[in-house]
Design a protein around this ligand. Sequence first.
Ligand code: ATP
Ligand code: MG
Length: 348
Amino acid sequence: GISTVQRRSAALEELIHRDPGRFRVLTGDRPTGRLHLGHYFGTLHNRVRLQDLGVEMLVIIADYQVLTDRDVADHLTEHVEDLVLDYLAVGVDPERATIFTHSAIPALNQLLLPFLSLITVAELSRNPTVKEEIAQSQQSSVSGLMFTYPAHQAADILFCKANLVPVGQDQLPHLEVTRTIARRFNSRYGNGVPVFPEPDALLSAAPLLLGTDGAKMSKSRGNAIALAASADQTAKLIRGAKTDAHRHITYEPTTRPEVSSLVLLASLCLDHDPHQVAEDIGGRGSSALKETVTEAVNTYLAPIRDRRALYAQDRDHIRKVLRDGNERAAAIAQTTLDEVRATMNSLY
Ligand code: ATP
Ligand code: MG
């Protein structure tokens, strides 16, 4: 459950601080739109922090996975470049981190065939995040890609033998699939020598930030506050956010999810305790809460937005970041694929 992972995340933090060189991180995003505050406080902030502690990091732009819940990948180039801009703006450093696109690494995708043999249809059917996404999807039937994408993610993570994955809560079932596949590969083929690590999830303080409609903030739901939004757009979106009927503001995530998510957002931007933030607003109601959140978010994001605007003027740089990242990722994938084939005794 989530509390176990949260405890484990706290223990991992200690290990990471003591010996960052022991860890390799893989994270990523689907190029379905601009990154938002849910990404930022759910995983991006953690990624940058780990990178700055000296942990090696790879960031996958999961372009094939755009097709899990829609028929065609629209505006793909634009969305990919938007992601890179968001990464650079929040402080991902392409000299230290490898930013790459999934579709550019064929050797990574070859891992999928043996990996699919290591997981059952029953296990794939039980995945609660996939079930939820199927329910949300505009498609009338479930594609094989939607059904199997957690196994694809196992390839995304294990191709570089990442042992740490900073993610939001929705990803925990997928990470279980990755761990299962790694464990079974090792025991079936490894001859006592593990080929793959069983990666750990690293949860942040905001593993599930809600959007303006009270559901999980998502790029594709239209309920997100993008990092790249203007200060005015941000104010407007927050003014329209769902709250509840109680005037007195408190921080109670289980019983008052919408209000508490707003309080949490302000507290993360201000680096204050959420209970204190709620108490300071007290009986002044949700309009005062929204003013506090807007001010906090806009102040926090201002330097990120300025950096993003600067990077946006240099598209050649964006393309070079991807070229370099793809080259590095391809070399890693080939090494792992060679090892997998040797381990499985495929000689050709
Ligand atoms: P889409 O709606 O297209 O699926 P998304 O907003 O869900 O987009 P993803 O690219 O699927 O974003 O997720 C990328 C990463 O961001 C994952 O690790 C996910 O857990 C994390 N994440 C996404 N939304 C949130 C959120 N609201 N709160 C915390 N973490 C989040
Ligand atoms: Mg998603």
